[in-house]
Every structure is written in structure tokens, then in C-alpha cells.
Design a protein around this ligand. Structure first.
Ligand code: FAD
Ligand code: NAD
Length: 475
């Protein structure tokens, strides 16, 4: 095989592998270099998302939610089960099977799109050359017309609580526990803290979440955040806001976490701690001498709206560049870049990237929050529909939460849709499409929603924005 390619993608996560597949679909000669290492030293494509993020976390969220429902809800349905017990080892085995099927699936997709899969390390050199170090240590210099950097991110450490893989864990460690800690500390009430905190809480751990900020979920609509906090507290998640961790003492039986809040200094004893205070771009060893690619002050690869680095033929996508650290955002960037390289049209509409938190109830949104709309000075109308009034949600025993639609008061433009409730992550797709098509609240109002479905909540919330809801009193 010659060592010259149309496109070389460095990184095989959810930003890199779609870029490689689309480049292959576009008839280009493409290689994807990926250096992910599993704990047993084996290699797998899929990056953080498939190996240690989105997929394993959702597998455990599903298992733990089923256990919770079997214990707490089955009796209400008239289903009597005795001896519901958990088998964490089996849960983890199922999770690993799902991860394996997903990562092996990428190899099959690569084959179909004629992408050359290269396991190992890639480093961009000057002149669009890439130094490729295979897993056996062999080094080759490859050449490409275009290079796409998709090296992802890694967990941010806390200086006072360095990861030790034993008691002080990152999110990957928290996904791999094979016994339930009696007391679990979580630093950071962000997406990871809430999702993984929920998993271990449902499996029986006492979970204390220490969050430095006074505001809960500041990036979310605050009406949603308030409801979420109420629901999570009801589930027994002990969320302490404004809690600044100052240090930790690790002993043979656990960790004593010292923190301060508005009321003074405190200490909390836990068996294990998950530090989930955000992620940072991972670019270690990525850029060789003279690559010309620059990083910003936070370590992200500098790119423009079209993910171009400013160096001829070199792009960067996914978590290693600015913007939300989300798999679907990275995927769209990868696809956009592969299409632009092939001379096709490509664009990412950053205004319609949805956010989902896979807790129970789920939280999902797209567009602006009420706070953002108000800060922009644009007058708006707001419709809220509670799942308590949804026939389908009642039938599912999942009535917590609501759908909220925000539209402009002047021309009815849809500005934001927020859902906290059952299957919110699925429901939000309708709102993403609506925003993508610059829909109005009236467009949502005139769209027929099947009955009884959860999606009727978005329909009714859109109607409520004009005080025309049918299934809930308008106020
Ligand atoms: P990554 O997935 O990090 O992949 C980068 C790949 O490049 C890795 O395999 C890495 O080993 C490799 N690499 C790096 N440097 C080199 C090099 N020099 N040479 C060769 N290979 C290299 N997002 C969602 O949208 N939904 C979710 O539900 C969700 N859940 C998550 C749960 C957890 C616990 C975590 C940690 C994250 C979650 N995320 C979720 C975030 C999501 O995983 C990331 O946004 C996504 O993986 C970023 O994709 P990426 O391709 O940019 O980077
Ligand atoms: P995050 O940014 O969502 O949350 C981090 C939280 O930690 C914030 O609330 C922050 O205020 C808090 N924090 C920061 N420093 C702290 C300190 N010293 N003490 C206490 N609290 C502190 O980050 P994350 O939860 O680590 O997730 C990382 C990334 O992964 C996110 O960008 C997210 O988009 C992505 N992710 C997405 C999903 C999803 O889409 N469902 C799931 C998991 C992760």
C-alpha cells in the first residue's frame, strides 16, 4: 500500500470516525489513526464515547433504572415480584458486551466505506505529513492532501484530589466499579456527576454531590433546573451547592473530603470519590514541529466556523475544538469537514445542537433558555405543559416534569424548547427539527401529534404559549 492519502483522520472517536466514513463515501482515499487503549491494553475504535462515555453510561443507567422500577413501581402496576436483587457483575458484563458490539461495529463500517483503519498514534508534521506509530512500535511517515485532527478530550483533574484509580476515580473508573460503594462522593453536579451519581444511587449507594457553584445546572433553563433539583433530592441524591472542596485525606477505609460553603467548613466521609469537574482538550503528542496548528489559551485547537485550523488542508473537530463537548456535535463537524474536503456543501448549525442529560426524569433542550431570551431583550411568550396532564405519562407512571416552549412575542419564532420528563432525549428531536426549519410556535401547534404520546406535551406547550392549550388549564 502506498503511504499517500487524500485524507488522514487522527482520532477514531465520534468526531473522527464519521469524518473518515464520510470521506470514504465521498470516494476519497482515507485512513483513520486511533490510539485508544483499553484497561487490558487492547485497542478499540470509538474513542471516549463508545469505550468509556456515552454508551457504557447509558447501559448502566438503563440497568439501574430497571432495578429501581422493579423495586419501586412494579407493585403499583399489579406485578408482584419477590426477591428482586441485583447482580452488578452481570450488569457490567452486559455493559461490556454493548461496548464491544459498538466498537466492533466501527471496523465493519470502515470496511464498507473503504477506510483504512490504523491502530496506533498519529502526529501531524509539517507539510501535511503524519507520523504514524503502530501498536507494535513501527513508525511510518504518511502523506495526505487533507488531515483532520479529532483527538478528543480527557477528564480534568482536581489538584487537591489527584486520580488514583482506587478511591479517587474519573468517570471511566466510576463506570467500571463491580461492587456498590456504601458512600460515594461526587465532585461536580454537571452532566457526568448527575448521570453516574444516579446510577450508583439507584444501586443503593449513599451519594453526596459537592458542587462549587451556588446555581444548579446553570447552562439549563432555570425552571427546568429547579424541577430537576427537586426530583434528584427526592431520589436521595444529597446535592450540596456552593461547596468548595479544599482537600481530602485518603485512609484505608475511605476518603474524608474537606469542603467549605456559605455556612463554614465541613467534612464528609465517603468510600470512593468521582471527580467530574469537566473535561479538557487532549492534544498531547498530536502536533509535531512545524505543523503550524495553534492552540488557544485553554488548549483547544484553534478553528473557524468550518473547523479549519488556518493551515492549508488541516481541520480539527470534536472535543479538541471550541463548543459543546458532545458526541453529536463532533459527528456533525466530522461529516461537515469530510464534505467540504470533497468540494460538497457542509455546515453545522451550532444553534440547534441539542443537550440531553440521561437521568430520570431525563432533561433535554435546544435553543435558548428563558434566561437567555430575557437577557437578549427580546419579548417572548412561554407555554408549559406538565406531564401530570399527559395520559401517556400517567399510563407509564412517569408524570414528573414538563415541556416548555419559548417563542418570540413579535413574530412567533420558536426560540427554545425544554423538556424534563420521560424520554425527553427522544422528544427533543422534534424541537431540533423545528428550530432547524425556523419554525414558529404556530407550526408546532398545527402539527398533528398522535394520541396518546409523550410528544403531545410539546404540542400542548406550544399551544399554551398562546393560552390555547386543550388538555391543561391556561393561566
Ligand atoms: P474522543 O471520543 O475522546 O475520541 C478521540 C480519540 O482519539 C480517542 O480514541 C483517542 O485515544 C484518540 N487519539 C487522541 N490523540 C491521538 C493521537 N495523537 N493519535 C491517535 N489517536 C489519538 N456525549 C454525548 O453527546 N452524549 C452522551 O450521552 C455522553 N455521555 C458521556 C458520558 C461520559 C461518562 C463521558 C466521559 C462523556 C460523555 N459524552 C457524551 C461526551 C462524549 O463522549 C464526547 O463529546 C465525545 O466522545 C467526543 O468525541 P471526539 O471524537 O471528539 O473525542
Ligand atoms: P460539566 O461541565 O458538565 O460539569 C462539571 C461541574 O463541576 C460543573 O457544574 C462545575 O461547576 C463543577 N465544578 C467545577 N470545578 C469544581 C470544583 N472544584 N468543585 C466542585 N465542583 C466543581 O462536566 P462533566 O460533568 O465532567 O462532563 C464533561 C463533559 O462531558 C461535558 O462537557 C458534557 O457535555 C460531556 N458529557 C455529556 C453527557 C451527555 O450529553 N448526556 C454526559 C456526560 C458527559
Amino acid at each position: 500500500m502506498s503511504d499517500t492519502y487524500d485524507v488522514i483522520v487522527i482520532g477514531g472517536g465520534p468526531a473522527g470516525y464519521p469524518a473518515a466514513i464520510r470521506a470514504g463515501q465521498n470516494g476519497l482515499r482515507v485512513a483513520c489513526i486511533d490510539g485508544w487503549k483499553n484497561r487490558d491494553g487492547s485497542h478499540a475504535f470509538g474513542g471516549t464515547c463508545l469505550n468509556a462515555g456515552c454508551i457504557p453510561s447509558k447501559a448502566l443507567l438503563e440497568s439501574s433504572e430497571l432495578l429501581h422500577r422493579a423495586r419501586e413501581e412494579f407493585a403499583t402496576h399489579g406485578i408482584r415480584v419477590t426477591d428482586v436483587s441485583m447482580d452488578v457483575v452481570q450488569m457490567q458484563k452486559r455493559k461490556s458486551g454493548i461496548v464491544k458490539a459498538s466498537t466492533q461495529g466501527i471496523q465493519a463500517l470502515f470496511k464498507a466505506a473503504k477506510v483504512e483503519a490504523l491502530a496506533g498514534h498519529g502526529r501531524l508534521l509539517a507539510g501535511k505529513r503524519v507520523e504514524y506509530t503502530a501498536l507494535d512500535g513501527t513508525v511510518r511517515t504518511l502523506e495526505a492532501q487533507h488531515v483532520v485532527l479529532a483527538s478528543g478530550s480527557s477528564p480534568m483533574p482536581l489538584r487537591s484530589l489527584p486520580f488514583d484509580g482506587e478511591r479517587i476515580l474519573d468517570s471511566w473508573g466510576a463506570l467500571d466499579l463491580d461492587t456498590v460503594p456504601r458512600r460515594l462522593g461526587v465532585i461536580g453536579a454537571g452532566v457526568i456527576g448527575l448521570e453516574l451519581g444516579s446510577v450508583w444511587r439507584r444501586l443503593g449507594a449513599e451519594v453526596v454531590v459537592l458542587e462549587a457553584l451556588e446555581t444548579f445546572l446553570p447552562m439549563a433553563d432555570q425552571q427546568v433546573a429547579k424541577e430537576a433539583l427537586k426530583q434528584f433530592k427526592k431520589q436521595g441524591l444529597d446535592i450540596r451547592l456552593g461547596a468548595k472542596v479544599s482537600g481530602a485525606t485518603t485512609g484505608p477505609t475511605g476518603v474524608a473530603l474537606a469542603y467549605a460553603d456559605g455556612s463554614g467548613e465541613h467534612s464528609v466521609e465517603v468510600d470512593k470519590v468521582v471527580v467530574a469537574i469537566g473535561r479538557r482538550p487532549f492534544t498531547e503528542g498530536l502536533l509535531g514541529e512545524g505543523s503550524g496548528v495553534t492552540l488557544d489559551e485553554r488548549g483547544f485547537v484553534k478553528v473557524d466556523e468550518q473547523c479549519w485550523t488556518g493551515v492549508d488542508g488541516v481541520y480539527a473537530v470534536g472535543d479538541c475544538v471550541r463548543g459543546a463537548m458532545l458526541a453529536h456535535k463532533g459527528k456533525e463537524e466530522g461529516v461537515m469537514v469530510a464534505d467540504l474536503i470533497a468540494g460538497r456543501y457542509g455546515e453545522v448549525n451550532y444553534k440547534t445542537v441539542p443537550s440531553v442529560i440521561y437521568t430520570a426524569p431525563e432533561i433535554a433542550w435546544v435553543g435558548q433558555t428563558e434566561e437567555q431570551v430575557k437577557a437578549s431583550g427580546r419579548a417572548c411568550k412561554i407555554g408549559v405543559f406538565p406531564f401530570l396532564a399527559s395520559g401517556r405519562a400517567r399510563a407509564m407512571e412517569s408524570t414528573a416534569g414538563f415541556a416548555k416552549v419559548i417563542a418570540a412575542a413579535d413574530d412567533d419564532e420558536l426560540l427554545g424548547v425544554h423538556v424534563i420528563g420521560p424520554m425527553a432525549g427522544e422528544l427533543i428531536a422534534e424541537a431540533v427539527l423545528a428550530l432547524e426549519y425556523s419554525a414558529s410556535a404556530e407550526d408546532l401547534q398545527r402539527t398533528i401529534h398522535a394520541h396518546p404520546t409523550l410528544s403531545e406535551a410539546i404540542h400542548e406547550a406550544a399551544l399554551a404559549a398562546d393560552r390555547r392549550a386543550i388538555d391543561f388549564p391556561n393561566r
